[in-house]
Design a protein around this ligand. Structure first.
Ligand SMILES: [Zn+2]
Length: 710
């Protein structure tokens, strides 16, 4: 699935370690759970499927001294010193737009998932079991002949409904019904903990409806944005032509569609503003919401989606909704029809016959991201399966791929990181005692989750069979959306996860103050039960630190120990904190990714605070683990400290096509890996000491130029 779009949801709900994680669709709401054993049966106890291991051919990346580039000193550029020779020897594959440590591990995880899905498809599993659902979903997705033969049939009923809309009243009714079926097309609507009452789930509405990656693609004349708009016109008219429109009508509709989305974009908040929880949270009664959108009744919306009318919900970004409402009144029904038709075709395109799929690839992969070739079909079907039934697949993945010993070892690492963070918090010289007491309260309430959920989600009620690929996708979309909506008005389910176990990523969720590490990231170069402390602390240790420090980044620090959006800072301490973080913004603003295109330090600030604090705490934790009088055994001629920082750089080993670099910088929030590899270490005296960096070396910041926050 190549929709570039944002998950505004994930932006709102959880903070991931790295961009481009597996497509998870609607992110579930907040959760808290211990890693303690629960009454539920051991989730890993499920009998593993017998998989064809020959399908798993990608080896994880490991730090090796032989890969170092002697011609670039670590004090000049730790990233190039560590990564240049590997990157030169491993160009971006034609079916990818970025390539590095994360991507290699993702490919390895995907190969494992592929083997599992194939085994499930051949297992003749009992009807209703997750093996049957995963297997059937995969098998019918691979049946290209059937997909070609069905043509547009699977979405014809939807297109016919759109063709019949003749007024703004009919459009509003159609939108409500689309949401009820899990196909919300314009604004986002989802469930999540109330920001002011983290134990209770409410509905959230927020801006949405764009086909290009970000509002600026519509509003600014940067050359790649202009090219993207032209490509979108081509894409829209191609899809409409394939669906039967004549060329002239298709081109005219495409222009209307672009104008429609440009109008939406003009009313949207930018990404930097959206980072502020206050910009996304706007609790209102239904009557107050209706006053913002007189042409769109929220009571009718809740009725339509089958959710009891609440006393309040959050209508974020009210200016966007005012514009949406004005468009209901002002945009002719025919233009609404064009846009709805296009969005329906576009969201189905990756799963329709080849001509549709290729048009979608052309815009979202080749043009926007510089990916040269379409991925093999199995990879695309696995992407769809992850988006539709990720956790079901994860339930089959864990017993095959995750050694239980890893969990125990991770728990010890988390404890050591936590102790090191406590010491930092106790000794921060810029923080007053009142704020420190609250920071410690928050520290004491962190909840780690490691590997996989203690309680697996039920898939009962989701019908998956071998009759239609799109039919299965639609059934899953409706099922997952219902699952999400059914939480509204209830207490938060503390056991849920926001990522599947097979995802190579990690996250922090402020509403639960939890840090979460899926099984698939617990592999080299992040984690290796057989590796020494230097590699594990420079890898997963720094990731653990990163996720904990999200609790104290510029936005996470607005949530308290209970996960509520309340200020626990004194004004003086907040000012001192802001002065420090603003210097980090300026540091990253100075990194030039492409000629004339610099990192957006404000957009990436939360991640960069987490990297700097996380790596600092991970280094402390490594030293704690090694204890007094540690002899520092050199390995391959390198000290433990050197290997710690080199493995950190190895984690961020990553190349981008020019196009995907532009998207990454524009949409953030993660700075490209080459800057994450060097940013935090350049501020750390422990790094300067490890490599004997001298004043004036590019990787040594001193005095006012050096930032230390946590
Ligand atoms: Zn992060």
């Amino acid at each position: 699935m190549k929709h570039p779009l944002p998950s505004l949801l994930s932006l709102a709900l959880l903070t991931a370690l790295a961009g481009c994680s597996s497509p998870q669709g609607e992110a579930p709401a907040a959760t808290v759970a211990g890693t303690a054993e629960t009454a539920a049966s051991d989730p890993a106890a499920r009998a593993p499927l017998a998989i064809d291991t020959s399908l798993v051919t990608t080896a994880p990346i490991q730090f090796r001294a032989a890969d170092l580039s002697p011609d670039v000193a670590a004090c000049t550029d730790l990233n190039r010193h560590t990564n240049a020779s590997w990157l030169a020897a491993n160009p971006i594959p034609a079916d990818q737009s970025t390539w590095g440590s994360f991507e290699v591990l993702r490919q390895r995880s995907l190969e494992m998932q592929h083997a599992i899905a194939r085994a499930a498809a051949e297992a003749n599993a009992p009807r209703g079991s997750i093996e049957q659902k995963v297997g059937d979903f995969f098998a019918v997705g691979m049946d290209e002949a059937a997909i070609e033969a069905a043509g547009l049939d699977p979405i014809k009923p939807e297109l016919a409904r759109i063709d019949a809309l003749d007024s703004s009243v009919a459009v509003a009714a159609y939108l409500r019904e689309a949401y009820a079926n899990g196909r919300g097309m314009l604004f986002g609507f989802w469930s999540s903990p109330d920001l002011k009452d983290s134990n209770f789930v409410i509905g959230f509405a927020g801006q949405g409806g764009l086909s290009l990656p970000e509002r600026s693609y519509y509003l600014e004349d940067r050359p790649d944005f202009v090219t993207a708009r032209e490509a979108m016109l081509t894409y829209a008219s191609t899809l409409l032509t394939l669906a039967g429109a004549d060329a002239e009508s298709a081109a005219a509709q495409a222009r209307d569609i672009l104008a429609f989305e440009t109008r939406l974009a003009g009313a949207m908040l930018d990404r930097v503003s959206l980072r502020d929880p206050a910009a996304r949270y706007n609790p209102l009664s239904l009557a107050e919401a209706d006053a913002i959108t007189p042409n769109f009744s929220w009571g009718a919306f809740f009725d339509g989606i089958g959710v009891a009318r609440p006393e309040m919900f959050s209508l974020g970004m009210p200016d966007f909704f005012r514009e949406f409402d004005a468009m209901l009144a002002e945009v002719p029904a025919a233009q609404w029809q064009s846009w709805l038709r296009f969005r329906t075709l576009s969201s189905a395109a990756p799963f329709l016959p080849k001509a549709f799929e290729e048009a979608n690839f052309e815009l979202y992969s080749r043009m926007l991201r510089g990916q040269q070739e379409q991925q093999e079909r199995w990879k695309r079907v696995m992407g769809a399966l992850n988006g539709s039934m990720g956790e079901a697949l994860g339930q089959l993945y864990v017993p095959v791929a995750f050694p239980p010993e890893s969990k125990a070892k991770m728990e010890r690492l988390v404890e050591n990181l936590s102790e090191a963070l406590r010491e930092r918090l106790m000794n921060l010289e810029w923080m007053g005692e009142d704020t420190r007491a609250k920071a410690m309260e928050k520290w004491a309430s962190f909840t780690p989750k490691i590997g996989y959920p203690d309680v697996w989600r039920s898939w009962e009620g989701l019908e998956i069979d071998r009759s239609s690929f799109i039919g299965n996708l639609q059934a899953a979309a409706a099922f997952n959306y219902r699952f999400n909506l059914d939480k509204i008005g209830k207490p938060v389910d503390l056991t849920e996860w926001g990522m599947s176990p097979q995802t190579v990523n990690a996250y922090y969720r402020a509403s639960a103050n939890e840090i979460v590490f899926p099984a698939a990231i617990l592999q080299p170069p992040f984690f290796d039960p057989n590796a020494d402390d230097a590699l594990n602390y420079g890898g997963i240790g720094a990731v653990i630190g990163h996720e904990m420090l999200h609790g104290y980044d510029d936005q996470g620090s607005k949530f308290d120990a209970q996960g509520n959006f309340v200020n626990w800072w004194t004004d003086e301490d907040r000012e001192r904190f802001n002065a420090r973080t603003q210097r980090l913004v300026r540091q990253f603003n100075a990194y030039e990714a492409l000629p004339g295109l610099n990192v957006n330090g404000a957009l990436a600030l939360g991640e960069n605070i987490a990297d700097l604090g996380g790596l600092t705490v991970a280094y402390d934790a490594m030293r704690r683990a090694q204890g007094e009088g540690f002899a520092d055994p050199m390995v391959e001629g390198l000290t433990q400290s050197q290997r710690f920082f080199m493995n950190w750089a190895t984690v961020w080993r990553r190349a981008f096509t020019e196009q995907s670099m532009r998207v990454q910088i524009t949409t953030g929030p993660h700075a490209p890996g080459q800057f994450r590899a060097v940013g935090a270490p350049s501020n750390m005296p422990t790094f300067h000491a490890a490599f004997d960096c001298q004043p004036g070396d590019p990787m040594r910041r001193d005095g006012e130029a050096r930032v230390a926050i946590w």
